[in-house]
Each structure stands twice: as C-alpha cells, then as structure tokens.
Write a protein that binds this ligand. Structure first.
Ligand SMILES: [Zn+2]
Length: 248
C-alpha cells in the first residue's frame, strides 16, 4: 500500500488521459494520492478530480513561493479556511531561491503567514524549499508548525537532520534514481522520517519524461535498497508514517 503524498494531477499534462494514469497507479499498488495546487486558478480542477476519485485523490491547497499577488494569496487562504474539512494539508508553500533569487524577504514574510495558517487550522504543511533548504528549515524551527513534510528536499543532509530532530518528515521523489543528493538524504534519515512522492508530472525517472503516481514503486525500491530493508518492511513503515501524518 503506497501513498503518493505530492503530485499535481490537475496539471495540463494529465488532461487527456487522467483515467488511465489513475488506473496505472492503482495497478502499481498506489492506494492514495495527494494532489497539490500552486495558485488559485488550479483549485476548481483539483477539486473536480478529488470528487471524481473519492477516497483515492486527496487535496492539498497551497501557493507557489513565487506567487506574490496579494489578492490571489488572500483568495487561496479564504478557500482553505472555508473548506478546511475537505483539505489534507496546506501546500505546497515555502521558499524558492532557484526561480526567484530576489524578493527573498517577501517570500519569508508570506511563508510565515502560511505557517501561521497551518497552525491556526491544525493542518499539515507541505513545504517546497528549492535551493533554500537551510533557510526553510531555520524559518520553520523559529516558527514551529504542528506537522511538516519537506517535499523533494534539495538541501544539505546536515540541515535535514536538524529538521528531523524537530519531527519534520521528508517526502522522497522519483528523481532519487538520478540524484546522489537524494540517496544521501535517505542514507542519513531514519526510515520513520520518510514518505514517498512523485511530484508528477515533474521529477520523472527519465529526464524530460512525464512522471506519474504509478512510478512511486521505483522510489520505494530505491529507499528499501538504501535502507537495506525488505521492500514489504519499508513499505509498511512508510505507510504507517504517512497515515499518522495525514488524516486520509
Ligand atoms: Zn510540486
């Protein structure tokens, strides 16, 4: 039983064949998928998908760290407040110093607001921290939310360990197949701190290829190999961590 804790099923890339993609995921042992939004306009399509696949696709609502339109940010927050019971988590939100090297202070300010909202509503926080791992962990430690999962963390292992000590979880993406940094991350984290994600349609096993939730099994294979655990054992622990973290 696998759970893809982070992907984007409302993406254009799935417009033509989502039905098949979901069936393939089911056939590959994926039991649940959390689709995350990044702006206000994605929410209706994401909602439609969660309604079409009840108890299979769950919704996380967030805001790209590079979305600075104050009105849109407030609209997203309002949607979250009004639909709290239909939402598995707030995300993705966070910091992105790769695509947006400037306006760091503004990103920090907005991220703090998302942390506050997650605390206020008692929802898990799904954190994006591209090229900003250290800064995101530091900020989270000084504004601690209840539940944090760092998605596709690309920072240093030392910072991940500091986050782990504070109880943060880390969702490991399909791109582990191509990334020594992700392998190292898994080597150093405890198995109990790990969840799995595809970030579909991004972060595919083969560069440039559309990713999909059915590829989650490859992440599990990599993780169980690195942790030297039988696949079923790794799967059991990871699923338990995920179900304790998200109320699905
Ligand atoms: Zn994502």
């Amino acid at each position: 039983m696998l759970i893809d804790v982070h992907c984007h099923l409302q993406d254009e890339a799935f417009k033509e064949d989502l039905e098949k993609v979901i069936q393939k995921a089911k056939d590959a042992g994926v039991r649940a998928v959390i689709t995350s939004t990044q702006n206000f306009s994605e929410i209706p399509e994401a909602l439609r998908i969660t309604t079409r696949y009840p108890n299979y696709v769950y919704l996380a609502v967030g805001c790209s760290p590079t979305l600075f339109d104050r009105r849109e940010v407030e609209e997203i927050k309002e949607f979250i407040r009004e639909n709290k019971d239909r939402i598995a988590g707030i995300g993705e939100v966070g910091l992105d110093y790769y695509w947006e090297k400037n306006r760091r202070e503004l990103q920090v300010e907005l991220f703090k607001e998302w942390i506050a909202l997650a605390n206020q509503l008692n929802l898990p926080l799904i954190v994006h921290s591209r090229s900003a791992g250290k800064y995101a962990i530091e900020l989270l430690l000084s504004n601690p939310p209840g539940k944090v999962v760092m998605h596709a963390f690309d920072g240093k292992t030392g910072w991940a360990k500091i986050g782990e000590e504070a109880g943060f979880k880390f969702s490991i993406p399909t791109s582990i197949a191509l990334s020594r940094q992700k392998e190292k991350l898994v080597e150093h984290l405890k198995i109990g701190s790990i969840m799995l994600e595809t970030d579909s349609p991004c972060l595919g096993v083969l560069q440039g290829e559309r990713n999909e939730p059915g590829n989650l099994k490859y992440v599990l294979e990599n993780v169980s190999q690195i942790k030297k655990l039988p696949i079923q054992e790794a799967e059991k622990i990871i699923t338990k961590t995920t179900l304790d973290f998200f109320s699905l």
